[in-house]
Design a protein around this ligand. Sequence first.
Ligand SMILES: [Zn+2]
Length: 462
Amino acid sequence: MMTRRVSNWLLFLRLKAVLAALFLLPALAAQVAQSPPTATVVKAGRLLDPRTGNVLSPAAVLIEGDKIKQVGLPSQINALAGVTVIDLGSATLLPGLIDGHTHLFLNIIVPNEVEQDRHANGLFAPGMLLAIVESPSKRVLMAAQLAREDLESGITTVRNLGHSGIDGDTELRDAINAGHLPGPRILASGRKLITLGMYVQNLNPALADVIVQQEFLLIAGVDRAREAVRQNEFQNVDVIKVSADENLTVPELASAIEEAHRQHLKVAVHAVDKTSIQTAIDAGADSIEHGNDVTDEQLKQMRDKGIFFDLTPTFYGGGYLKIAEPIIVIPPANRAATAKSAERGKQKYDALVQRVLKSGVKFSTGSDMCWFYPGKTRGQASTLTFVHLGEAGMGALDVIQAVTINGAEMLGWGDRIGAVEPGKFADLVAVSGDPLTDITELERVRFVMKGGEVVRNDLVAH
Ligand SMILES: [Zn+2]
């Protein structure tokens, strides 16, 4: 009896489910069919196409859902009645900005002199060590704030290249994509691949392994290199980051790159000195990060192989002093020395920018922002570094290309971001002036839209 009653009950439940499916599903389907994706028209005095440098004036962009549907003169746009219109007046529209190299999970306070000595003595910046050994929960909450600040300054996509703990950047990416938090699109690298010689020389040997594993994957031999990439693939990363130094061999790096490419992941290689840059070129890196000591011959090789040069003018023209001054007291003697070395660095960087432009190598840029910058949000500090490229002698259109179409191509996302074109994500920013005559406009983004949603609009009420 009991059994019979239970089975009847189950039958009833099943029947109920079938009935629900029969009646509810068509109703739901009808609802979906009745509500087309939300449509918005953004109008502005000017729209700059970074691909060509052409300016459309006046301009309108029709957005459906999270994509751009049509771009043209306002009279050419086929918007249905009732569409939301955002009129930005005389402002200039641009594609959302792309930061090709950042560190959302680091907010290091510039080390004072004692810490700098320790750094020189052991190659491990205490500020970075603190970030690793502090609570990962605390770290991810900070990263969420910095991500929001980037977006509010018009950076709608970032490539986060390491220093996120084991899974910080992939989890933050997923939370933003799921709509839990505001932030840019994130291409996450997971842990940075390094050789044992980097970063880790003065750690307590009894604890070193545990600490290192929180932040890095070690390369020691071609098999370990391949395995390190696979560990990151397990975390569902978007890109692989390797730091090259003199200890890294071409076969080790080539092995990591081969494994990454097998999984359609690009490989960004940190390389500053000539030897590391050559290793990255010979192993077939997709982008070389920083690249400060590159030779003209190496630029030629990069151009021929299609390797991107990712410029990082983070501390251009004494930026370090600007960050350090409000935090620490710099003795007058050191101040003079620091100013002098900043001037030398500036001249060298000006020459680098000219050599990069002349070489015909593909280039983009990244803030490499990992510092606490007094008085600025993370977004303001990051866009300032884009402006540094202009100060270093790069033309305004080249700078804008670096942070839009070029950045998109370097990330392998040329089909979805970097331009205001039909089919691309509706990631737009607007500035009130003309960025072609004043590149510092990039520091004052007044309107931000990501995926069709307005993040910020200081231009007009709508
Ligand atoms: Zn970096």
